[in-house]
Design a protein around this ligand. Sequence first.
Ligand code: G3I
Length: 348
Amino acid sequence: DVRSLQDRYEDSFAIGAAVEPYQLEGIQGEILKHHYNSIVAENVMKPINIHPEEKRYDFEEADKIVQFAKENDMEVRFHNLVWHSQVPDWFFLDKEGNKMVEETSPKQQEKNKRLLLKRLEKHIKTIVKRYKDDVDSWDVVNEVIDEYASNDRALRESPWYQITGTDYIKTAFETARKYADEDAKLYINDYNTEVEPKRTYLYNLVVELLEEGVPIDGVGHQAHIQLGWPSLQETEDAINMFADLGLDNQITELDVSIYGWPPAPAYESYDAIPDSVFQTQADRYSDLFELFERLDDKISNVTFWGIADNHTWLDDRAEEYNDGAGKDAPFVFDPDYNVKPAYWTIID
Ligand code: G3I
């Protein structure tokens, strides 16, 4: 019965959570209804889940989340229409089943590019038309910048890029704009958007796309962050930079890991995490939400990448580096759904 997050930030921005459909039920469903007024799928709306084969879409799981949002008057973020990961292979095979990226003849390359862009258009058209009335924010493209890429614009060298250059990004936004509700907003979403040099690479791409008339409405900052990284100033600068272009900002995948990088050595269990760590995390959350609130005319949504500490992708990451033993604790609810110190600092 504690005060809800959505109520606390009602005047500033929507408060969201990423979910798997099973989390819509029971106590997690109750927490969702109480605290959040926005929702996003952690996995089930990704290309591989929703469009596993060229002629087969699977909307069942995605529909559950959209239905829950409708029943509870929540906003929906759609994550995502285009990504290099969790995308089925069929997109990148030509009609003979050959890998498009391996084609060397310019003529066939041109043909492949046209085919891929056609498939992309169809993919986006089908999904956007289906959820047009339900989705408020679309992650149109996800993670297209890779600061380690070998090209000088740091464009991620995914099959999308290798086959189409940046045309896939333009086609994605243009197609989404064509079929989405006119009030729905279109986002370019990425991680480490706060830190240089990635921030500038993303900024330059966005400027270039805007100059070409590509309909981008905003930048999604994933914000998978740590207790001491990135700095608050870097986060503030990133929001201001994109706002100065006339764009909206959303915090799309917020979690505050209790680890640095790599996440080792790690705590073996939740009970082994000292109280002082939760206190440091609470201070960190406090600073962040103070910043978000101060910039609230530039930020329309703050979404956590999960609900409570019993379910987070960060556990997989910590376990990987610690022989299966790491436990992370990135949210404001503990594994039993009790509020943590971080909850109190962002409520007060
Ligand atoms: O559904 C299958 C299941 O059938 C299978 O038995 C099991 C075995 O590994 O895997 C299950 O799929 C897993 C899926 O999550 C659903 O649980 C995948 O292996 C696993 O890789 C996948 O991880 C997701 C990850 O994206 C994929 O890259 C995480 O849950 C999800 O939190 C994470 O989210 C991403 C955002 O989309 C983009 N930004 C970064 C963020 C964190 O990596």
